[in-house]
Design a protein around this ligand. Structure first.
Ligand SMILES: NC(=O)c1ccc[n+]([C@@H]2O[C@H](COP(=O)([O-])OP(=O)(O)OC[C@H]3O[C@@H](n4cnc5c(N)ncnc54)[C@H](OP(=O)(O)O)[C@@H]3O)[C@@H](O)[C@H]2O)c1
Length: 313
């Protein structure tokens, strides 16, 4: 008899209204994968964006599609050759190319999984993978941010930005950050040198000669960010490809990146968490059955830190 589980899925690009909390077959894990009993899942804008068909030509998802791309839980089953064993407490960012983890069980490539930080419970652990991997790959691997350099981080109160600020602080950078006034104390507490209220002030009037801009907002914010960079500086976006023409004109580099799963890096990040360099920020915790509400909140665009879904007890 097929074992079933609860999962949050879409059957078409019908928006958040089409999200279903339903009984589905439990996934089987392939040779290179582990089966994780999911305890908590982090909510990301990509969840509601996928319900609306974002990137459908690239991702070519199979319906029904289980949503949810970062999670924490325990290993349920692993191959004998795996470096994980049943009961290990893990966290992961899974690939956007396949099925997600908003479910009681998830089959995940072993190479994307790491032991969760020992100092965090499951709720807090689920806030870490997407934000830290995205920020690391953008500001370190791509823009090569160095100690003593200046970075401007947009959306600094969000799921990615709040971790980017802490990683930049750990690196020893000088950090300008944008956030609305209600988040100023929060973003300062993460290590920003100066927080700019983007609703009242033009950040380009304050920030000059930045080495790096980390763009998690796009649009006009991205366009105006070119004015804050020094010659030879780097604008890295995770939202939309910046203008190559403008980059050439200004003598800067500019690109967009897409986060890649990376269990080894996550293990390093877990160490940084346990050493106290990175703190999670939970906006709210909802049950898996309340996923639709969580996606609506995320779509509002003002999450502080991360919304987390509680999956198993
Ligand atoms: N390419 C990739 O691989 C990748 C990976 C992860 C995420 N992303 C994308 O990156 C974006 C950010 O993700 P996220 O998880 O951080 O989103 P999020 O948690 O929903 O971000 C919300 C934050 O954005 C801030 N914000 C809204 N408008 C702003 C503005 N004009 N200027 C400055 N801050 C503003 C809000 O602060 P206030 O409330 O203070 O306004 C809020 O704290 C999303 O579009 C997501 O899809 C891409």
């Amino acid at each position: 008899m097929t074992q079933t589980m609860k999962a949050v899925r879409i059957h078409a690009y019908d928006g958040i209204d089409g999200v279903r909390y339903e009984d589905v077959p439990r996934p089987k894990h392939a040779e290179n994968q582990v089966l994780i009993r999911v305890r908590t899942a982090g909510v990301n804008p990509i969840d509601w964006m996928f319900t609306e068909g974002y990137g459908k030509e690239i991702f070519k998802h199979q319906f029904p599609l289980t949503l949810g791309w970062e999670l924490a839980g325990t290993i349920e089953e692993a191959a004998d050759t795996s470096s994980f064993k049943a009961g290990d407490e893990v966290f992961t960012y899974t690939t956007l190319m396949g099925q997600g983890g908003d479910a009681e069980f998830a089959a995940v490539d072993e190479s994307a999984v790491a032991l969760k930080p020992a100092s965090l419970d499951f709720i807090n652990a689920a806030t870490i993978p997407v934000g830290t991997l995205t920020a690391w790959q953008a500001i370190f691997d791509t823009a090569n941010l160095q100690a003593g350099q200046t970075i401007l981080i947009h959306g600094a109160a969000g799921g990615v930005g709040s971790l980017a600020v802490q990683l930049a602080k750990w690196k020893g950078a000088r950090i300008y950050a944008t956030a609305s006034e209600r988040n100023h104390d929060f973003v300062s507490s993460l290590g920003a040198t100066e927080v700019i209220d983007y609703t009242k002030t033009k950040f380009e009037d304050t920030v000059k000669d930045a080495d790096v801009v980390f763009d998690t907002i796009g649009g006009d914010t991205q366009e105006r960010s070119f004015d804050t960079l020094k010659k030879g500086g780097f604008l890295v976006s995770v939202v939309s490809p910046p203008s190559e023409e403008k980059a050439t004109e200004r003598g800067v580099r500019a690109t967009m990146i897409a986060v890649e799963p990376n269990g080894e890096r996550l293990a390093e990040i877990a160490r940084l968490v346990d050493e106290g360099h990175l703190k999670p920020n939970v906006e709210t915790v909802l049950s898996l059955a309340e996923a639709k509400r969580a996606f609506e909140m995320s779509r509002g665009g003002h999450t502080r830190g991360k919304i987390v879904l509680q999956v198993g007890a």
